[in-house]
Design a protein around this ligand. Structure first.
Ligand SMILES: N[C@@H](Cc1ccc(O)cc1)C(=O)O
Length: 426
């Protein structure tokens, strides 16, 4: 399927430039397309997902994504759509954040054999000389037009104003597009809707400097049906970094999606085929609960892997009861269809008798059965004295659970007051 059709049908496209020429650019495989990420934080968050999912779809359609890390532009700070100037970051923080970003992008893109590229604009921006740059690039920009750009408007009207350093940002991003078009023949830049001004500035610059037509796509800003920016919660952003948002909390964020958003989010934030999503779109009310579990499982698996997603799903079932996922729906999803809650309502996990005889560290065991979402969480639970085995508090982080013979079949783990889990020795 044509990449543009995939993106459009799944709800990724708000605007494009040169619609027809863009479609023909993308009708041959192996086309480059790029999105830039400034290293303003060490982790991506749910608000970035639309952009990284779009790059991933491009790769799945046979194109070559370039993820550009803004080691250079990050030193300036994009004022687009921002009401306040950001604190200028030190080079050390930029470098640290860059490393975090690289790791996370690999969950979405396959960087092997040049199938996707990671570039850093510091490589060409840091060494620029002011006078030649102004003559070469600055001469193509009209200040009259720049100050009309939607992305600068809020700042021009605000009391804080727009500093000169930020005013230059548009030129740098435009120059990036020029560099990538010349170096790789990358003719497409994508970005959030606040990037429209910067992208169009690049399109213009490449037209003037290289006499080439290049293209832009912007994504819509995703709002939840309750009217807040997708990915923001009262507790702040939802991060992809498991140290900041545990896989369990990440799963919980998705499973709590409003009914009205489930189908739209399945299209945007999972790779499940459209036909399977359409089939579920008629469901409503309680029937949607299982569908939300599929959304949560899939979204968590993309970022944290299917093992962590399965664990979060189990842990959530243990705490809130299983959510039935109809057998006939979502045949591509690996989510477990069993709700894994046995007769007395206590969830259980099978563990080989041999392993129990040798002993399993309590930290590992609490994670393995899903009572804790991560080793960090298990350690905290034990430290706080909230972990129990057969009613006995687990003392210390190096506690080992050993059981053999009839003891092994009667093990019950407990986290806090209410969350029980039975071990089935097999
Ligand atoms: N300005 C973009 C990041 C970016 C940086 C450099 C580019 O060439 C492209 C995009 C943002 O703030 O999200």
């Amino acid at each position: 399927m044509h990449a543009l059709d995939v993106l459009r049908s799944r709800g990724f496209i708000e605007s494009t430039t040169h619609e027809e020429e863009l479609a023909s650019y993308l009708s041959s495989p192996g086309r480059y397309c790029y999105i830039g990420f400034d290293p303003t934080g060490s982790s991506l968050h749910v608000g970035h997902l639309v952009t990284v999912m779009a790059l991933s779809h491009m790769q799945r359609c046979g194109h070559r994504p370039i993820a550009l890390v803004g080691g250079g532009t990050g030193m300036i700070g994009d004022p687009s759509g921002k009401t306040e100037m950001r604190q200028l970051m030190t080079p050390e923080i930029v470098a640290e954040n860059k490393a975090g970003l690289k790791g996370q992008l690999s969950s979405f893109l396959d960087f092997s054999d040049g199938k996707a590229l990671l570039v850093d604009n510091a490589d060409w921006l840091s060494g620029l000389h002011y006078i030649p740059f102004l003559r070469d690039v600055g001469s193509h920009f009209s200040v009259n037009r720049m100050i009309k750009a939607e992305s600068y408007r809020a700042r021009l009207e605000s009391e804080e104003g727009l500093s000169f350093i930020e005013f230059n940002y548009m030129l740098l991003q435009a120059y990036d597009f020029y560099v990538l078009a010349e170096k790789y023949g990358c003719l497409l830049q994508m970005g959030g809707r606040d990037q429209w001004g910067n992208i169009v500035a690049g399109v213009e610059l490449v037209r003037r400097k290289a006499q080439k037509t290049v293209f832009g796509i912007t994504f819509p800003l995703i709002m939840t049906s309750s009217g807040i920016k997708m990915g923001k919660t009262h507790a702040g952003a939802v991060w992809l970094d498991p140290e900041r948002t545990s896989p369990y909390d990440y799963y919980q964020f998705w499973v709590n999606t409003d009914d009205a958003d489930v189908v739209r989010f399945l299209k945007l934030f999972t790779f499940l085929p459209m036909e399977e999503i359409e089939e579920a779109s008629a469901l409503s009310g309680r029937d949607l609960n299982g569908v939300k579990a599929v959304l949560a499982y899939e979204a968590t698996a993309i970022v944290h892997g299917s093992e962590a997603a399965a664990q979060a799903h189990r842990a959530a079932s243990a705490m809130f009861g299983g959510r039935e996922v109809p057998e006939a729906l979502f045949s591509s999803s690996q989510i477990s269809r069993s709700t894994e809650v046995d007769g007395d309502g206590m969830p259980s996990t099978q563990i080989p008798i041999g392993e129990l005889a040798v002993g399993i560290s309590a930290v590992d065991l609490f994670c393995r059965v899903g009572l804790c979402a991560s080793r960090g969480a298990a350690r905290r639970l034990i430290e706080q004295g909230g972990a129990y085995v057969n009613g006995q508090r687990v003392e210390g982080l190096d506690a080992v659970v050993v059981a053999s013979g009839s003891d092994a079949s009667g093990l019950v783990l407990r986290s806090g007051k209410k969350h029980y889990h039975r071990i089935e020795a097999v």
